[in-house]
Design a protein around this ligand. Structure first.
Ligand SMILES: Cc1ncc(COP(=O)(O)O)c(C=O)c1O
Length: 405
């Protein structure tokens, strides 16, 4: 038996993404010409019917504009112009932070922010002579029993205390701490001093409902390669109002190739979508667009029922936490971890090596993430775990703890 409970970095591929990758490799061998500019722009309808039958999953590609429309719908809006895709989410974060620090003097972030993205915010602050204040929430979330409302009160008071006008926070942190972003943004906008809010949705998209968050922030950034299961890295940014969309597009399209905001796939996909192709531009890997397209098609029903799958994930989370009761593993119980991620720590194990735990779990058929401080992160599947799967998890945790002692 194997149980996948990771979704950190590059998550598991869904069947549709896997099939696109296989067909694309076959196409590159048999007839690479099929991946022509007209195909990328207008979709598989430019192929003969025979070719469409030979590559059934790739035949679902209807062009870059349709992909942007599909993403907009998945994110809860109809405006495809607000969607930007890039080969690296970090480029989108850089662009968003640059726009933020052009408008804000003082930005509130948290110690739950993803370190590489926090670093980008720090660099942009320095470049624009802005300030960053980091609210400390992590210990409170893990050791205390602070609720999302308590966090909002704390964030709100720090925002006012430090005279902030910008905000950069995750919707769900890598450790599964879920912030009540939409109510927080509503409260802060009442003070009228909030000028720009960037939300990290990397662990949220495909996992929890995000439409209220998206409607309340200026830029929402996520990727298709985690909970959506498109496998190949593809960052998505959804911008807020028309002005932010214009400014984002302008930075993305007008940065020269040496700029750290430049992303070749972002530029190419915008050119395809708006039919303004530069004839002698850079060659880019377009496969992430194709895998994202098929994944979104396959997931479109599931995205409408995200609340239902979250309920299943939460039931799984409770069942796994219950089975670790009275074991050498301690589930971290926190009211702010209201999502499909369970964090578990060894009860007494200062010497247990994180890499050894990861390897031993994987050897027994369980994929999960283990952090340097020995916290195990388990992302719950969207199908209910059966009795035999729960028994298998119980046996595996027991065996791994015995192996570590
Ligand atoms: C909360 C959070 N934000 C951002 C990232 C980075 O995302 P990406 O894989 O798109 O670089 C991660 C990675 O796991 C994450 O957990």
């Amino acid at each position: 038996m194997r149980i996948y409970m990771d979704t950190a970095r590059q998550g598991q591929a869904c069947p549709a993404a896997m099939q696109v990758e296989c067909e694309f490799a076959r196409l590159a061998f048999e007839d690479p010409y099929l991946c022509s500019l007209p195909f990328l722009q207008h979709g598989a309808r430019v192929w003969t019917e025979q070719r469409q039958r030979e590559f059934p999953e790739l035949s679902c590609w209807n062009g870059s504009h349709r992909l942007h429309e599909q993403m907009a719908l998945a994110l809860g809006t109809r405006d495809a112009d607000r969607v930007f895709v890039a080969s690296q989410s970090a480029r989108l974060v850089r662009t968003a932070c640059r726009l933020m620090f052009r408008q804000c003097r003082s930005v509130l972030t948290t110690d739950l922010n993803w370190p590489a993205w926090q670093q980008i915010a720090n660099e942009e602050a320095q470049k624009h002579h802005g300030r960053i204040h980091i609210a400390e929430l992590k210990d409170l979330a893990i050791r205390g029993n602070a609720s999302p409302q308590d966090f909002n009160e704390l964030l709100q008071s720090q925002f006012l205390q430090h005279d902030c006008d910008g905000l950069f926070i995750p919707s769900v942190s890598s450790l599964g701490i879920r912030l009540a972003v939409a109510p927080l943004l509503r409260q802060l906008r009442n003070f009228r001093s909030l000028r720009f809010a960037v939300v990290d949705g990397a662990q949220a998209l495909g996992h929890i409902p995000v439409s209220d968050v998206i409607e309340s922030c200026d830029v929402f950034i996520a990727g298709c390669h985690k909970w959506l299961q498109a496998h190949l890295p593809l960052g998505i940014a959804l911008t807020g109002n028309g002005l932010t969309t214009e400014q984002f597009a302008s930075l993305a399209m007008n940065s020269d190739t040496s700029s750290d905001c430049h992303d070749p796939l972002l530029r190419f996909s915008q050119e395809l979508r708006t039919e303004r192709l530069q004839k002698y531009s850079e060659t880019v890997n377009v496969l992430p667009l194709l895998t994202a397209n098929s994944t979104l098609r396959a997931a479109s029903k599931a995205l409408n029922t995200i609340t239902d799958s979250l309920t299943v994930r939460q039931t799984n989370r409770q069942n796994v936490a219950d089975l670790l009761h009275d074991s050498p593993w301690c589930p971290v119980a926190s009211t702010s971890m209201d999502c499909g991620i369970l964090v578990v720590e060894p009860r007494q194990a200062d010497r247990w090596n994180p890499e050894a735990i990861t390897a031993a779990m994987h050897q027994r058929g369980i994929s999960l993430s283990v952090y340097p401080d020995r916290k195990l992160r388990l992302s719950m599947p969207s199908q209910i775990l059966t009795e035999s799967e729960l028994q298998f998890l119980r046996d595996s945790f027991t065996a791994v703890s015995q192996q570590m002692m």
